[in-house]
Design a protein around this ligand. Structure first.
Ligand code: NAD
Ligand code: LMR
Length: 329
């Protein structure tokens, strides 16, 4: 049985995610942490008659207690976008929140698997890695930036133009998690997609900017919360399934390519050379990243170009994340 902590559990994502995690019968303990409003959220969820016990922790003084004996830490804490903002505009506030939370993870549950939802994911994951390194507890296999929502969107948006397509279609999405760093590899879909060039270009654009659709529709009330909670709950379910079975379970995630240098070789050869982090399809396991799932075949010209564009933008984000930690240490 698995102990899971949600940091930022009273927020838009945090509440829905905690609800979905309460429905996961493989979870034995749910530790819900926030700086506001968590007693009400946790008490409400705790009445659902599933296996897990629900505990709540409010305020920084209770953060260490929340993290005792935790196997998986999920971090959706931080501010969301408003119309007119990019994810990068969230950097200043969310970087300091991630710093505080990941330092506490390093000190209290250094062996836990860590899944970061807080944006900008392209920066917050390298920041988390640097903090864990500085505390001497970094294991690249244990750290994930949650990019599942990009794959969820890809599968759903295909269905919008091909109503007969099963929504469980597998579409690898690589790169990062914002705009042109999101690279859907439609030519690797299983089952194969039958799309014209114009349809491919429109679909790629919609997957890359799907987050903007939600920000616009919420008109100032935040960004995706419900679909994100679904995506993160799916990620956790896959992770726990991989602990419990020998099946090959794959989810996309932004990971440190050092987690599987052999698997990373392929993605680097496609235009991501010199990059430390990249979103890739990951085979999950008890150790976190078991390996990077290799792509079977060659990407299209458009996909290769997309990887190169993503790699150039990601390099800037990763460097900024690393220098943030150096400057603020
Ligand atoms: P929200 O404002 O509704 O909730 C954020 C929560 O974080 C709040 O409850 C707040 O109290 C809490 N919080 C703030 N500082 C904290 C701290 N120091 N410690 C603990 N909790 C703290 O925001 P949301 O809509 O839930 O979004 C959260 C983050 O997730 C945003 O950065 C958003 O951009 C990001 N996001 C990522 C993805 C993705 O695909 N990875 C998708 C959607 C949103
Ligand atoms: C998303 O993809 O929906 C999230 O990253 C939130 C956002 O800011 O778009």
């Amino acid at each position: 049985m698995v102990s899971v902590a949600v940091l930022g559990a009273a927020g838009g994502i945090g509440q829905s995610l905690s609800l979905l995690l309460k429905l996961n019968q493989s979870i034995s303990r749910l530790a819900l942490y926030d700086i506001v409003a968590i007693p009400g959220v946790a008490t409400d969820i705790s009445h659902i008659n599933t296996n897990s016990t629900v505990e709540y922790y409010i305020g920084q003084a209770r953060l260490s207690a929340a993290l005792q004996d935790v196997d998986i830490v999920l971090i959706p804490a931080g501010i969301p976008r408003k119309p007119g903002m990019t994810r990068d505009d969230l950097f200043n506030i969310n970087a300091s929140i991630i710093r505080e939370l990941v330092e506490a993870v390093a000190d209290n549950c250094p062996s836990a698997l860590i899944a970061i939802i807080s944006n900008p994911v392209n920066f917050t994951v390298p920041i988390a890695a640097e903090i864990l390194k500085a505390r001497g507890v970094y294991n690249p296999q244990h750290l994930f930036g949650v990019t599942t929502l990009d794959a969820v969107r890809a599968a759903r948006f295909v269905r919008d133009i091909r109503p007969n397509m099963d929504t469980s279609v597998y579409i690898p999405v690589v790169g990062g998690h914002s705009g042109n760093t999101i690279v859907p590899l439609l030519s690797f879909a299983e089952p194969q997609l039958d799309l014209g060039q114009e349809e491919i270009e429109e679909l790629v654009h919609r997957i890359q900017y799907g987050g903007d659709e939600v920000v616009k529709a919420k008109s100032g009330a935040g960004s995706a919360t419900l679909s994100m909670a679904y995506a993160a709950a799916r990620f956790v379910k896959s992770l726990i399934q991989s602990f419990e079975t020998d099946l090959v379970i794959v989810e996309p995630a932004l990971v440190d390519l050092a987690a599987d240098p052999q698997g990373a070789r392929q993605i680097k050869s496609l235009g991501a050379d010199g990059l430390a982090f990249f979103a890739v399809p990951v085979v999950l396991g008890k150790m976190g990243v078991k390996r990077i799932e290799l792509l079977r075949g060659e990407p299209s010209v458009l996909e290769r170009k997309g990887i190169e564009i993503a790699a150039a933008a990601l390099k800037i984000s990763i460097d900024k994340g690393i220098s943030y930690v150096a400057k603020t240490s």
